[in-house]
Structures are given as C-alpha cells and as structure tokens.
Ligand binder design. Structure first.
Ligand SMILES: *Cc1c(COP(=O)(O)O)cnc(C)c1O
Length: 499
C-alpha cells in the first residue's frame, strides 16, 4: 500500500514519503506524519529475528518509504550501516543489566551518540528523495547544535556528493569534547562556525535564514536548496523505529522472551524523537506495554504527562545531560496528532496557544489516553551521579549521564508499580562522550584538568575501551577556527555558498 503523509496542522497537505524527507517541515509549520501505520504481526517478528540488522532495517523501512525502489533502499542502508562506520557488526547492542532491564546501546556509530542511527542514513535518503522528485539542486543542510546533532550530521553528510553542510554551535555551551569533534571534522563539503551566544541564539539565527526568501531565491538561481537534518525530519524518525523492533527480535532470538510477550520501553527524552519512534513501533503491532519517558531537571514532559498541561514558561537548567536540556519538545506534536485521532484543527489550536502563551492543555480524553501509554518522571543531577556510580560498582557497567536519567526513572517505575515486564532502556551515548561527569561519579579522586587525561583516567578505572574516534581527536588538525557574531550569520552562509 502506497504511504502518504500529511501535516499535523493540515490534513489536506499531503506528500509522498520522499517529498516529506526533502521538505523537512510543512509550509504551515506542522510536522509530516504517516496517514496510517503499516502493520507487522508475530510472523513478521519471527522472520526478522533470523535476520541481520541491515536486513531488518530494509524490511521495516520499506513499509514506510514506499516510493523508494528496493534497490534504492538497499543502497542507502548498506552505505549507512557499513562495518567501517560502526564499531560492532551488530550495529546496535542489547545487553542484560539486571532484573529484566536490558540496555539497548545505540552509540556504536562514528560519533558515539544515538543520533548516528538516523543521521548516517538521512543523507542517503535525502539524496534519493531529491532524485525521485526530479530535484537536481545541491542540498544545503544548515544545523544549529548544542553538541551531538551537529557532529552526527557532519559525519553523516561528510563527502556525500550533491550535499553541503554548515553547522553553527554556541561558542559557550558545548563540551570540550563535542567542540573538538566538530572543529576537526574532515570532508570537502563541510563547514563549522562558532556563534557568540548560546544555543537559542544559534537556533533562532538559523531559523531566520530558512525563512529568508531573498536568499532562497538566490540559492535557487544557483541550483541549491536548503533542507533540515533536525529530528523534525521524517527521515530521522523511521530509522529509529527500526532499532526498537530489532531489539525486540534480539530478545526473542536470545530466548529472553517469547514472540508476543509484552515489553516496556524506557527512553531518556529531550525533543521526543527517540521515544516517539518506539510509540510508532507499537502502533505497527510491536507488543509494548508502557513507555517510560525519562527527563532531567528540565522536566516539562514529566509535568505534561502527569497533568495534561504543557508549560514552557519555566526556568531553564544546564544539566549534566545537556542533549536533553530542552523546553520545547518538537516531536510531541506528532504524538498529539495521533492521540487526537488525526484532528489537525485541535493540534493547530494547541500550537497556536503554545506560540502565544507558552502553554497548552489537552482534553481529558487525550490525557487519559496519554497516561494509559506513558509514564513520566525525572531525575536530577545528584541522582544521575548515584545511578552511574551504583551501576558501575554493582554490575561493572559504565553508562553516560543521559542513559543514567533513564535508568534512574526506570528503577523508580519498577519500585512503584511492580510491573514485571522486561524493560528495554535506550542507551543514547558512549560514556566517554561525557567523561568528566561520568568520571566524577565513579571516583572520589581529584580529576585532571585536561580532557584527554580524564579519558585515560576513566579508562584505567573502568577498563572500558576509549572509542577510537574520541581518542584520536587529540592529534587531529583543527580546521574550523572561525567565531562570528550572530548578526553576521546570513553573510557567512552567503559567502560560504555563493562566494
Ligand atoms: C539527542 C539526545 C537525547 C534526546 O533524544 P530526543 O530524541 O531528542 O528525545 C538523549 N540522549 C542523547 C545522548 C542525545 O544526544
């Protein structure tokens, strides 16, 4: 059956899967959602259990990307998940932690964060989408990042023919490791620039460029067009659906569950993209009980799930899990659309209210549906530290600060509910990406100042291998030193693209 997508704010705005990927976001500001969920059954899951990750990805993606040919899809997937990009042949890794808790490690890709799972594939999906739609323009990716997305997008798009990528990061607001990952990025088509200011400044500057009609026209004359690598792009969502289905199949294959048994899924959440992909898997037929939505001290989603009121008017905290420091969870809009049974008017009203007042409230019916599926809780930095220390001491398992938020919330859920179903916990970053905080959770000793000495110290204490891509950063040439005022960002883009 041919897949059609439509905007969350206008059901009449219909696009093909490839066009949804190419456009990124709809004209009226809504997000593209599938008009139906393709169904999978227990036989499908049994069949998948015997296959490799790449084969599983192809089966699942083909249900959504119906205007891609088999051959096109195969090529995209094998380029994305090649053995030289991922440090283990399995692509993801599922390991039993304790008492029915399973860690789904999603950070074995080149930049050590789960964003690689989608961003290694997105450039190829985008290029193919352009081809399907007869678009010969060069695709220009503009990204503002607080750290992980920027690097993952740079690595994914590096030297992909027919694309260019420009990443802006706040000069003060990314970790040393994240900064170094970006400014040493290789590739002929990449560019990285620091902005005076914080992440919001970088983000709003980029948004201004996306809506600069004059600049867009000038680009069009030169056969170029902007596109987005943000998690609002449907092309980032579908690759994430794959690993939830795949991890379920791993549990079946390992004999931990029988096909058809229910599992719960716990996700450390920021922009709601990762946990939404799990929800999509359930809508397709994956046997999932509860979704456990774990937030850090920026707990806007916890409050929303518990009260039905979304209120972004609150203090913003810089936490030890920076990739979840977010007050507007973009992908929540997609969940609301589905919970409102595709009522585009209702969703438009909610987001109008959010725009005007910073607050919206869902109906009682929708709140009941939400709470039936989702459990929301948060974990502050003190508890994150305890969780990391505890897991390491008791189970010799080292996890990063974001994953620790999920484990902390999962433990609390288990204690409160006695829900005995196994839990798949999304592990979203390699612990070495946040070495300083992880290190201070596993030792009382004084930490060295130098980031690389910290890597070595964590390695000595834990015995866990330092990922090659982080260890070798020290000796890499710094390519991008430029720092500009946020007012000059449009000029920077013009010069980079048009000379
Ligand atoms: C982006 C990110 C998250 C949050 O994922 P969302 O899809 O935005 O909810 C969690 N952990 C890490 C390490 C990340 O980079």
């Amino acid at each position: 059956m041919e897949m059609i997508l439509n905007s969350t704010r206008n059901n009449d705005n219909k696009v093909s899967p490839s066009l949804a990927i190419l456009q990124g976001i709809s004209q009226e500001g809504g997000l593209f959602v599938p008009s139906y969920f393709p169904k999978i059954d227990l036989d499908f899951l049994k069949e998948l259990s015997e296959l490799s990750y790449i084969e599983r990805a192809k089966k699942v993606l083909s249900l959504y990307l119906t205007d891609f040919s088999d051959d096109q899809l195969q090529k995209c997937i094998s380029k994305a998940y090649s053995p030289e990009k991922f440090d283990n042949g399995e692509i993801t890794q599922l390991s039993h932690l304790f008492e029915g808790r399973y860690m789904l490690e999603l950070w074995h890709g080149p930049t050590c964060a789960f964003k690689d799972m989608a961003l290694q594939l997105l450039p190829h999906l985008l290029k193919t989408s352009a081809k399907i739609n007869g678009c010969e323009d060069e695709i220009i990716i503009l990204t503002a990042t607080s750290g992980d997305t920027g690097k993952a997008a740079l690595d994914g798009f590096s030297d992909v023919e027919g694309t260019k990528i420009i990443v802006f990061y706040p000069a003060f607001g990314v970790s040393d490791m994240q900064k170094r990952q970006m400014i040493t990025q290789e590739g002929k088509n990449v560019s990285v620039c620091a902005i005076d200011g914080n992440f919001d400044d970088a983000q709003s500057a980029v948004k201004t460029i996306f809506t600069n009609e004059e600049l867009k026209a000038e680009l069009a004359k030169n056969n170029m067009r902007f596109s987005s690598a943000n998690s609002i792009n449907f092309g980032r969502l579908v690759p994430q659906v794959v690993y939830y289905i795949s991890s379920y199949c791993d549990l079946v294959k390992n004999g931990d569950i029988n096909t058809g048994d229910e599992v719960n899924i716990c996700v450390p959440t920021g922009n709601f993209g990762n946990i939404l992909a799990a929800y999509y898997a359930k809508q397709m037929g994956l046997p999932v009980g509860k979704f456990i939505c774990a937030s850090n001290k920026n707990n806007v989603l916890t409050d929303f799930i518990n009260t039905g009121v979304y209120n972004k008017n609150r203090d913003f905290y810089a936490t030890s899990s920076p990739s979840m420091d977010i007050l507007i969870s973009s992908n929540l809009e997609r969940l609301l659309y589905h919970l409102y049974d595709g009522d585009d008017k209702a969703v438009s009203e909610l987001y109008k209210s959010l725009n005007e007042t910073g607050v919206f409230k869902v109906s009682d019916t929708v709140l009941a549906k939400l709470q039936n599926e989702f459990y929301g809780e948060f974990c502050d930095d003190g508890k994150v530290k305890d969780v990391i220390g505890d897991l390491f001491e008791k189970y010799s398992y080292l996890c990063d600060t974001h994953t620790a938020v999920a484990v902390g919330v999962c433990n609390e859920y288990k204690d409160k509910t006695n829900d005995a179903r196994p839990v798949i916990i999304a592990s979203t970053a390699n612990p070495y990406k946040f070495t300083k905080n992880v290190l201070s959770a596993v030792t009382d000793k004084e930490l060295p100042n130098d980031e690389y000495d910290q890597l070595d110290m964590l390695n000595k204490i834990s015995g866990v291998e330092i990922p090659k891509s982080l260890g070798e950063l020290k000796n890499k040439e710094i390519r991008f030193k430029k720092q500009i005022d946020k007012a000059d960002i449009t000029d920077f883009v013009k010069k980079s693209l048009l000379g």
